[in-house]
Write a protein that binds this ligand. Structure first.
Ligand code: KG4
Ligand code: ZN
Length: 348
């Protein structure tokens, strides 16, 4: 965390940000690019017995956790609620019950202090995680966001309005990873477990189909590779030892390679010299290697946030809040959470 003094010298507003769109209860204090605190309480263990996030369980758990997480973010930053100049919250997209907890909390905090409130799009937050220190990347760049719920490429010329270049036509990359990991008998959440198992395997041992290969554009498809793994396991039975690691590595490769290839392809086609990755899947060690290798071959700069800024967090919401028009007190009081990003896009 940064020193409080360094942050408060800036003329940017001191922002308290709240994020509860899925299964992390998160709050952060951000000023300009400086992250003064970034507190994340994960519910992953609570959902593990069900093999996925249970929306009702997530919402109830946020209710019990959010006040403590906000207090911890203020304490870690060395500030009090009275110092905060703006509140920010994830308004969309996400699990509606989960989002409602954050939105109600943020509205109450802002209203009580007569502060403006920024209603932020979660994906806008992921895209601007690299705008924060220590990376402090300014546009233009091409952003890849790959998480359990989303997979998309955006061209970012202006931080207020990323332009969608392509997205998944079916499953999100993280969803394909988690389902594949479950098929291989790995524990939930499957991403880190599959990543570990794949490190000991040969990614060329099995051939898995790469969705939309040879087709132009920047969309993705991961439904086919998932089904292919299921058929492969029916053929082989549940393998052990090196064969299981080879399967994990080959399956992972068929998901990570198109992500890296299209990210780099988009940067080259749009003559942009920097690329970023975000979302939980950006923690994948193979994706990081593929992106680094392809970027350095093509003379591109890569900005990859630390794990705490890759997965769901509130610091990134504080970043996007600085490029989202704040709603003055008390106009936000009747505003609601929204389950999906509006057709007009992130900044709509
Ligand atoms: O962004 P995130 O924390 O939450 C949302 O879905 O919004 O992303 C979670 C996803 C899960 O699918 C998880 O399995 C995946 O990120 N993930 C990984 C790794 N760590 C987390 N996938 C591949 N490799 C990893 N090391
Ligand atoms: Zn996310």
């Amino acid at each position: 965390m940064a020193e409080r003094g360094a942050g408060l010298m800036s003329s940017a507003p001191l922002i308290l940000a709240v994020e509860t769109s899925c299964d992390e209860t998160a709050a952060a204090v951000v000023q300009g690019r400086v992250v003064l605190s970034n507190v994340i309480a994960s519910q992953a263990e609570m959902h593990a017995p069900y093999g996925g996030v249970v929306p009702e369980v997530a919402a109830r758990h946020h209710i019990g956790t959010v006040n403590g997480v906000v207090d911890a973010a203020l304490t870690d930053a060395g500030v009090s609620l009275g110092d905060i100049e703006r509140v920010a919250v994830t308004q969309r997209p996400g699990l509606i019950g989960a989002l409602l907890v954050g939105v109600a909390t943020a509205k109450a905090l802002a209203y009580a202090r007569r502060l403006p409130l920024a209603m932020v799009d979660h994906l806008h937050g992921h895209i601007l995680a690299t705008w924060l220190e220590p990376l402090a990347l300014d546009p233009p760049f091409v952003s890849l966001i790959a998480s359990g719920g989303h997979t998309r490429l955006d061209l970012v010329n202006d931080p207020t309005s990323p332009q969608l270049l392509g997205q998944t036509l079916d499953d999100a990359a993280g969803e394909a990873i988690d389902k594949g990991a479950r098929t291989l008998g790995l524990e939930y959440p499957g991403g880190p477990a599959l990543d570990r198992l794949a490190r000991g395997g040969d990614a060329t041992a099995f051939e898995f189909p790469i969705g939309l290969q040879g087709r132009g554009g920047y969309d993705f498809s991961f439904a086919g590779v998932k089904t292919a793994l299921l058929y492969k396991l029916r053929e082989l039975g549940q393998p052990a030892g090196p064969v299981r690691a080879d399967l994990a590595a080959s399956y992972q490769e068929a998901i990570m390679r198109p992500l890296a290839d299209r990210l780099i392809g988009a940067a080259l086609e749009h003559h942009v010299s920097a690329v970023t990755i975000g979302g939980g899947v950006a923690a994948n060690s193979r994706l990081r290697v593929l992106v680094h290798e392809a970027a350095s071959c093509n003379g591109l700069r890569v900005a990859m946030p630390d794990f705490s800024l890759c997965t769901d967090n509130a610091a990134m919401i504080g970043a996007a809040a600085q490029f989202t028009a704040p709603i003055p007190y008390p106009e936000y009081i009747g505003m609601d959470a929204i389950a999906t990003t509006p057709p007009g896009g992130i900044a709509a």
